[in-house]
Design a protein around this ligand. Structure first.
Ligand SMILES: [Zn+2]
Ligand SMILES: [Zn+2]
Length: 282
């Protein structure tokens, strides 16, 4: 087997903040930009692991369009990073995968708090016994066939779990009134929506000598619930991966500008992600 065949493959399904870019009714420079890389669907990743397992990270409001645009043919497992609308409100579009693939029950993996939120937000999927009965049977279009699985995680330590023969590590990142699940798969770390990362986690990520980090980078100005460019860059420097990509950008940052600033700051490959970007890691 060649070394290429042993790599894990990652596809960026969306690189934008909760509004998507362009934003509805906005005529700013980025929202009207002709650069394709400034068109950002809601943040989501797709991983095809080197042992043939297909993982989706987050079921965004754009999931249907992302699945069609990038011809996703199968989803074996789904991770949900947190319960903000832009990361979960496309969950119903998993239905089509449940209907068409051989393994028609799709497991969802998330933190305990997010699992609780999702259960309450979508009772017709996760509390069917409460919603449906012999007097009120499921009729019509049907519901996605999903199972909810809790992942133990904390802000200071990394936990581990093997899913479909793939070794993952997890921790939680502070994000507004909630926490996001950071996902580490082999030599890749995904650090989604967050306002901070615990120093102990940074130390551990550095020691892992990662191939790739994808990290929250909302805008230039400081923000209460997200990393801005300065904070994001400081974490990238501290983790020192072989390469890093930025994600969840809003309309304050145009792709070209952020690319230029990244290049000037780092002597290794750092740049903003764009929709459809393909990356690999060991
Ligand atoms: Zn705009
Ligand atoms: Zn969020």
């Amino acid at each position: 087997m060649s070394t290429q065949a042993k790599k894990n493959h990652l596809l960026v399904l969306g690189s934008g903040t909760s509004t998507g870019i362009p934003m509805i009714n906005c005529l700013c420079k980025v929202c009207t930009s002709r650069n394709k890389k400034d068109k950002r669907l809601r943040t989501s990743l797709f991983i095809a692991s080197n042992n043939g397992v297909k993982f989706l990270i987050d079921t965004t409001t754009d999931l249907r369009y992302q699945a069609i645009k990038y011809k996703l043919d199968r989803i074996d497992s789904v991770f949900i990073t947190h319960s903000h609308a832009d990361h979960i409100h496309g969950i119903d579009d998993l239905r089509q995968f449940c209907y068409t693939q051989e393994k028609n029950k799709i497991p969802i993996y998330t933190s305990q708090n997010t699992a609780e939120d999702i259960k309450n937000r979508f009772p017709y999927i996760f509390q069917t016994e409460k919603i449906f009965s012999s007097l009120r049977p499921i009729v019509g279009g049907g519901i996605p066939n999903l199972s909810l699985n809790n992942i133990e995680a904390s802000q200071q330590n990394l936990s581990s779990k093997t899913i479909a023969g793939n070794r993952f590590k997890f921790c939680l990142l502070p994000h507004a009134y909630t926490e996001s699940l950071a996902i580490i798969h082999s030599k890749f770390a995904y650090l989604p929506d967050c306002s901070d990362i615990h120093p102990q986690i940074i130390k551990k990520l550095k020691a892992m000598q990662l191939d790739l980090v994808i990290i929250d980078c909302l805008q230039v100005r400081p923000h209460k619930t997200h990393l801005n460019v300065d904070k994001c860059f400081a974490f990238i420097k501290a983790i020192a991966p072989a390469q890093a990509r930025l994600i969840h950008m809003n309309h304050e940052v145009d792709h070209q500008y952020l690319e230029k600033v990244s290049k000037k700051t780092f002597n290794f490959s750092v740049s903003p992600t764009f929709d459809g970007e393909k990356l690999t890691y060991r």
